[in-house]
Design a protein. Structure first.
Length: 510
């Protein structure tokens, strides 16, 4: 029996089928593709619902999937026959899974969460093969920090003289993750004329249980992989303890190191390595379908901008998620219409729905993207006029912050802390800096239960940056003081985070 209850989400699909749309078979490749999009949007919603659970990495990963896969999804959804939809959807899934082990694992997890399986839709994963650059030189892979890798690094690089160039510790969900960038001198001989610039070791840490760091004690590093995790000693008293650590040498001479020479002996020549296939291109999109695809693609690229710690708070993630929620199912329903004019009409209604949900916060964005993508936009003129009628001035404005104001928020929960040392790289000098992400309560006058907002504080040339794990253990009252020398001191959780800066901080909030 067909459910015609106006409140039922199945009504759109059922009535669409009555008008000539082909129903989407659950478990089919095209259904899985649409479900993966909806799972991305659910993940984005969960990771952005409140600053106290803001998860930049989860948001970035979920949005990044649709950089190369949005248009293949639309092409699969709009194929005329069921066989064509399945063929295009399988090609899109294979392309998506071929972009790395992490992407494939994400697909398997999210498909399972949506009640689908990919076992019969994907070919077996191909084994990882190290690559070579355009000159044929073997490239350094990402390596798990094991006792063997630590021993190899100690032979190739002068770790006791290594200097911390960048440190980042961030709470993602209930876990702490981190990133450590080290400037290291090489212990192996290099070619004449090689730039004297030091190599860089990039280390990513998962499930950090202890972090102690002082920027005044940041020279000398010791890698100590153990049975229950990885310990990284920094200076005389600093340490990072994590369940796992992955390391990647950013070193254009790595092929000359002992580890590089060993890898070179077992890595196939560049000529024998198959190039990655291009993104699936089969299928033509109508004007409205192309406009809808471009809107979704641009939205995901915009959401992905949270990967920048300095601007994550400016990305209207919740507004985009609200506008495009359920897009996977809606795209499949619109694309399933057999007649082109009905299919185009369905995509027009979908665009109108997205723009309406976006409201004043996204009105200008929708108007801009639509004006660029709908090249025959007569039917969209009214929509654009309506969107342009809602300007940014309609959105609630946040009160301006006084950078000289010493009192901070009554409560703050540390979400991210980064420190960058003064250094020169690729001929460009970078000043020392520190950056914080703080979850703070909503503005006064907001109702209880209002989501907390994200506040970003940046410090130029900090004289002191001290960080202990306890700084991430819940909300507390930060202390901000000015001493007689006009130096600003930011202290959180009884000194677990302690920053001293001789210059005014830059303070922004979402």
């Amino acid at each position: 029996m067909i459910n015609l209850d106006a409140s039922s989400p199945r009504r759109r699909v059922s009535t669409g089928w009555l008008r000539g749309a082909a129903p989407v078979q659950r478990g089919s490749a095209v259904a899985v593709l649409g479900a993966l999009l909806d799972r991305s949007l659910v993940q984005i919603a969960d990771a952005s619902s409140d600053a106290r659970c803001f998860d930049r990495e989860a948001i970035r990963v979920a949005a990044d999937v649709w950089d190369n896969n949005t248009f293949p999804l639309f092409r699969a959804a709009t194929a005329v026959t069921r066989g064509g939809r399945e063929r295009r959807a399988r090609a899109a899934l294979e392309w998506m899974a071929g972009l790395g082990e992490e992407r494939r694992a994400w697909m398997l997890d999210q498909a399972a969460a949506a009640g689908h399986t990919l076992d019969e839709l994907l070919a077996p994963a191909k084994p990882y093969v190290p690559g070579r650059d355009y000159l044929g030189r073997v490239m350094a892979p990402v390596m798990a920090v094991t006792p063997q890798i630590a021993e190899s690094l100690a032979a190739d690089y002068d770790l006791p003289s290594a200097e911390v160039r960048h440190l980042q510790v961030e709470r993602t969900g209930s876990r702490l993750v981190g990133y450590l960038e080290l400037a290291v001198a090489r212990c192996y001989p290099v070619d004449d004329g090689t730039s004297p610039e030091t190599a860089t070791l990039n280390i990513r840490l998962s499930d950090i249980t202890e972090a102690r760091f002082d920027c005044q004690d940041a020279r000398g590093v010791a890698l100590r992989p153990e049975a229950d995790g990885v310990s990284i000693g920094i200076g005389a008293r600093g340490t990072l303890l994590a369940a796992t650590a992955d390391l990647h040498p950013d070193d254009h001479c790595w092929h000359l190191s002992a580890a590089g020479r060993r890898a070179d002996a077992t890595t196939p020549p560049r000529a024998s390595q198959s190039a990655l296939p291009g993104s699936p291109q089969e299928g033509h999109l109508g004007t409205n379908a192309m406009a809808a695809a471009t809107l979704l693609h641009r939205a995901m690229l915009h959401i992905r901008m949270v990967r920048s710690a300095t601007s994550a708070h400016r990305v209207p993630v919740r507004d985009f998620q609200r506008a495009f929620a359920g897009a996977g199912e809606a795209i499949l329903a619109a694309g399933a219409h057999r007649l082109p004019h009905r299919r185009e009409a369905a995509f027009r209604r979908l665009i109108e729905t997205w723009a309406r949900r976006g409201g004043p916060a996204l009105a200008d964005w929708f108007a801009t993207v639509l004006s660029e993508t709908a090249h025959q936009p007569d039917f969209l003129a009214g929509l654009r006029d309506q969107a342009q009628g809602h300007t940014a001035s309609d959105a609630p404005r946040q009160p301006a912050l006084d950078p000289s104001e010493v009192p901070g928020p009554p409560q703050a929960e540390l979400r991210l802390a980064t420190y960058t040392s003064a250094h020169t790289r690729y001929g460009t000098h970078h000043n020392a800096s520190a950056l914080l992400h703080l979850a703070v309560p909503a503005h006064p006058g907001k109702a209880d239960g209002t989501p907390w907002r994200l506040r970003v504080a940046q410090y130029a040339n900090p004289a002191r940056f001290q960080l202990h794990t306890e700084a991430f253990q819940g909300a507390s009252h930060p202390r901000i003081t000015l001493d007689d020398n006009a130096a600003r001191h930011f202290v959180l959780r009884d000194g677990a985070l302690n920053i001293t800066s001789g210059e005014n901080q830059r303070d922004d909030q979402s």
